[in-house]
Design a protein around this ligand. Sequence first.
Ligand SMILES: *Cc1c(COP(=O)(O)O)cnc(C)c1O
Length: 356
Amino acid sequence: MNRVFNFAPGPSMLATEVIEKVQKDLLCYGSTGMSVMEMSHRSKMYLEIFDKAVADFKDVMGVPEGYKVMFLQGGATAMFAAVALNLMQGGKADYIDSGNFAHNALLEAQKYGEVNVAGSSRADNYAYIPAYTLSPDARYVHITTNNTIYGTRYDRLPETGDVPLVADMSSNILSEVYDVSKFGVIYAGAQKNVGPAGVVILVVREDLLGHELPITPKVMSFKKMADADSMLNTPNCFGIYVAGLTFEWIKAQGGVAAIEKVNIEKAKLLYDCLDESKLFHGTAAPQYRSRMNVTFVTGDADKDAAFVKAAAAKGLVNLKGHRTVGGMRASIYNAMPMEGVKALVAFMQDFEAHDR
Ligand SMILES: *Cc1c(COP(=O)(O)O)cnc(C)c1O
């Protein structure tokens, strides 16, 4: 059985080299005589794996002094609640409603304080990043840097002055260079660009620790988790190990800047194909096109379904779009090689040529 080009939105492709490394060390890691799955999270060997994962993440992400990095559980969805519990302090927060996950984040935050929807493109099926008006007295501003379902991306970050910027980077973390010092909090579920599902990366500026509401569950307290080095309880040991292998892989590719260049090329290839096509049309406003999730339609649901099916038969799998957008979505995260995108473009051109 050959590996396919998997265009799934998440969980999604991991680098083959990462999976091969996992396979090689699966039964016996180093000289321990046991699998990473079987190690105590307090053991010396596991702490080495953990500390290296944190250090390599800081390195590839460019995390400056003054920030804590944590690997927690509950996914980005748990962070929707945790952000509000830790930062709202009974006040108000600005949320930019740019997609389904952005919307879910603000619905969750509403349970713990006042949410100001600073801008929304919901009425236009989130085809673009909305204009927004920020409130000067907000405790923080929440954005979703890449909108996984609708295929849009912030082409520039909001200027928030002294108000902390909080970003859900689940679907584009480590795919492009970000200046971490512009953010108060960054979080990302691992299952798109980093590793297996079940790990969420959390980066918090230190002055934002220790302001949580008293009702905050301790596993959601940024301060308590930071003080315990993510190990207030048993972390997702194996998932963190695989994420660490991905950070090493990113370094071996030349770091995030080098990967960003390839990602720009991959996305351009696909968008150029869409722009030249008479059959396929991109659904995201060109200015805000995502480099990670490319959404497109033919305008005919039966034809879309036929395309998805025929592509799968050629080893180009999971191209069906999210039900709210329909059509197709090609998720081309870091681990999707250029050949995968080229194969998809060639298949689209061939499908169009045979379209009557
Ligand atoms: C996938 C995704 C989520 C949801 O992540 P979970 O880990 O399933 O909670 C949230 N935000 C964005 C931008 C996503 O792409």
